[in-house]
Write a new protein. Structure first.
Lengths: 388, 338
């Protein structure tokens, strides 16, 4: 199996014969064979593309800022596992362009369906980091208010959120709202049935969903070659009549450009869109995983040379849009952000055993009331014992 | 007015859709065809294909789609075409439908009704006759309801659609087309209430869904043998009405639990355990269960052996230690021979 990063070349500007896309005749149904890329790995711009105009420079500076803060958050969260403050943490280091780019492509009124690896995306969306880490700290399953933040609970069962996104997006459209749903999914989860059912439902009901596959090449230890024999995960859209695109997932400018257009496609009433971002999980699956058992250091090093933050920083500096002072200010902001997370995570969370009964049903059943009374008595007895 | 359970369910759906435009009905063949059992007959014509529609043939997709619709503020009512065809949706039901309220501390709720035509007695071929209620009843966060009468079919379905929690609504297929006098304009007892369908003094038969008519028939037949049997219809498996069940068994002192499903680790086992825990000192005999056999649902020509009928119920009643002698079936082999 080849493990070198896919060569990222500028897509051919020549028109190709590809199947027509019934939802949007302006774009073909088959994705381009090559991922969209606007910056090369050194941060040098590639020839401009009319189909993917470069995002405004203010937005790129914001992207840079959030990526730096996001990576610092990610590093801090991994450190918190070593201190026992988090039960587990699945890092998304190396995937900053995808995590942050996706959040800049959607509106606050849009819905996001994240997986457990999207903590960085969620803090980038402006969710409180402590609420985001609640799941992994272990004091409840979801720490934020999904309705208020229009962000579904981080999904651990693989691909199940793909169908929820289809239903939510269709329901919003049914009620006359122009909400788009963005569903994150990883390469491994594209093997799950719910990915296919979700994208098929979205297509049949023309629901405004963007399915965003971060292909980071491993599902824990299992490489992409064991997930699919397809030339690309983006090709999976074709069978459902869903247009798609591949993008260099470590090119922040391209990721933002491609997702922005995908979101526009969905919002305009053209139905779902599938994006596959080619990226790499720099860290093990979680802090509890040992990645040296299934991949070698040379492969990781090769991807280190494609760092998305370095790439964007170089590009913005070359354009004169970022200087030492601005870089230092962003670094300082990231440090302050991490310090705040560290400090707040050091406080032991309070958990109330009686809250276990609060939200099983809208009103507890008689059986739950009985069990609650039993736990009340146990707690009282334990307290009395403690006092004695 | 004489009507059938199928028509009562259809009326409940229509009335709920008329009362609340957030109610959407969808599934496989529910649109133009009106469902393979015609429970959604006429709904698409009356309410349009945005309110009642067919979906791709994918049960996990149907239930997952309903989750998203509920998150957007709608009230989805989905049909699983047959009991055993609902299994692909189990992950969505167990991991999301049942848990979303709890996971989000009440911030999200998913008031979905999942209608499941279930159980046998209709000569159905393989994978069309499972009694799957225990899978759902074992999953906290779901309500599990099953009507045995025409009145209840209407009333329980209306309540299920109005309920703030997800409801698995189990419809006994063999009762769909049985006719009865019914007044659909009134509501019967709410969720969480079992009902005494037939009062009696000597023993309590506890049943639900397709087993209620069996219990009533057995009680009628038992009169000839001198037993006056009470029949309790559970109606809502979750939430379960310990109070009504317990009160009945305390009065009669004897109890047989009847279910069509295979017996091991089933709903009847739970009911029997609850009765023994709560009524031990009032019991004159062990609580017995009459259930389907612990086998995969049999082929149609063999299903009558599997299904608990009146004779099997009466046999169990006969074993309720009327002469105060231990049940020979449970004695160690040496004692039984002696």
């Amino acid at each position: 199996m080849t493990t070198t990063p896919r060569a990222v070349r500028r897509a051919s500007p020549r028109a190709r014969r590809r199947p027509a896309n019934p939802a949007d005749p302006a774009r073909p149904l088959l994705p381009d064979a090559e991922p969209v890329s606007l910056l090369d790995p050194t941060g040098t711009p590639l020839p401009a593309r009319t189909d993917y105009p470069e995002p405004a420079v203010d937005l790129l500076r914001e992207l840079y800022r959030r990526m730096v803060v996001g990576r610092r958050f990610d590093t801090q969260a991994t450190a918190l596992t070593k201190q026992g403050r988090l039960a587990v943490y699945p890092s998304s280091r190396g995937q900053e362009a995808c995590q942050v780019g996706a959040m800049l492509a959607v509106r606050d009124t849009d819905w996001v369906f994240p997986t457990y690896r999207e903590s960085m995306a969620l803090v980038s969306r402006g969710l409180d980091p402590i609420e985001v880490l609640t799941l992994l700290r272990g004091d409840w399953h979801c720490g934020y208010d999904p309705a208020a933040r229009r962000t579904a609970p981080q999904c651990t069962p693989l691909a199940t959120q793909c169908v929820h996104a289809a239903g939510l997006a269709y329901g919003e459209a049914h009620q006359g709202r122009d909400t788009v749903a963005l569903a994150f999914i990883g390469d491994g989860a594209t093997s799950e049935g719910d990915f296919h059912e979700g994208i098929n439902f979205a297509a049949v009901f023309k629901a405004p969903v963007v399915y965003f596959v971060q292909n980071n090449r491993y599902a824990i230890s299992v490489p992409l070659s064991r997930q699919t024999a397809a030339p690309s995960l983006a090709y999976k859209g074709v069978g459902y009549g869903v247009p798609s695109e591949q993008v260099d997932g470590n090119d922040p400018v391209a990721v933002l450009a491609v997702l922005t257009r995908a979101v526009e496609h969905a919002r305009a009433g053209n139905g779902p869109f599938l994006v596959e971002a080619h990226t790499y999980r720099m860290e093990p699956h979680t802090n509890a995983d040992d990645a040296t058992r299934y991949r070698d250091g040379a492969e990781v090093d090769a991807w280190r040379d494609r760092d998305p933050i370095v790439r964007l920083e170089k590009y913005l500096r070359d354009r004169g849009e970022l200087d030492d002072e601005a870089v230092a200010a962003v670094a300082a902001e990231a440090e302050a952000y991490a310090a705040d997370v560290r400090e707040r995570m050091n406080a032991q969370p309070t958990v109330d055993p009686l809250s276990l009964f609060d939200h099983v049903y809208a009103q507890p059943t008689p059986q739950l009331i009985e069990q609650r009374e039993q736990i009340c008595a146990e707690l009282a007895a334990a307290e009395q014992e403690g006092d004695a | 007015m004489a009507t059938t359970m199928a028509k009562a369910l259809n009326a409940a759906l229509a009335d709920a859709m008329a009362a609340d435009e957030r109610v959407l009905v969808f599934g496989e063949d529910v649109g133009q065809l009106g469902g393979v059992f015609r429970i959604t007959d006429g709904l698409q014509a009356r309410f349009g294909d945005k309110r009642c529609f067919d979906t791709p043939l994918a049960e996990a997709g149907i239930v997952g789609f309903a989750v998203g619709l509920a998150m957007s503020g709608l009230r989805p009512v989905v049909e699983m075409q047959f009991d055993a065809f609902a299994y692909p949706a189990f992950e969505q039901i167990a991991s999301h439908v049942a848990k979303l309220r709890n996971r989000t501390r009440g911030a999200l709720s998913v008031p979905i009704v999942i209608r499941v035509p279930y159980a046998g007695g209709i000569g159905g071929v393989e994978h069309h006759c499972d009694s799957s209620e225990a899978y759902y009843a074992h999953t906290p966060g779901l309500k599990v309801v099953t009507p045995a009468t025409v009145d209840d079919a209407y009333s329980l379905l209306r309540e299920a659609i109005d309920d703030p929690d997800p409801v698995v609504f189990m419809e006994p297929k063999k009762l769909y087309f049985a006719s009865a006098e019914a007044d659909l304009s009134t509501r019967t007892e709410p969720f969480g209430r079992a009902v005494v369908r037939r009062p009696g003094r000597d023993a309590t038969l506890i049943a639900y869904g397709p087993s209620v008519p069996v219990a009533l028939e057995a009680a009628e037949a038992a009169r000839e043998e001198g037993w006056d049997l009470e029949v309790v219809d559970v109606r809502t498996i979750v939430p379960f009405d310990d109070e009504t069940v317990t009160a009945s068994v305390r009065r009669t002192g004897r109890c047989v639990v009847i279910q069509e499903a295979q017996g091991f680790a089933g709903v009847g086992a739970e009911i029997a355990a609850r009765v023994q825990e709560r009524c031990f000192h009032a019991l004159h005999a062990p609580v017995l269960r009459v259930s389907g056999l612990d086998i995969p649902y049999p082929a149609p020509m063999l299903e009558h052996t599997h299904l608990p009928g009146v004779d099997r119920v009466l046999d169990a009643v006969a074993r309720l230690q009327w002469d105060d002698q231990p049940d020979a079936r449970w004695l160690p082999a040496t004692e039984a021979a002696a």
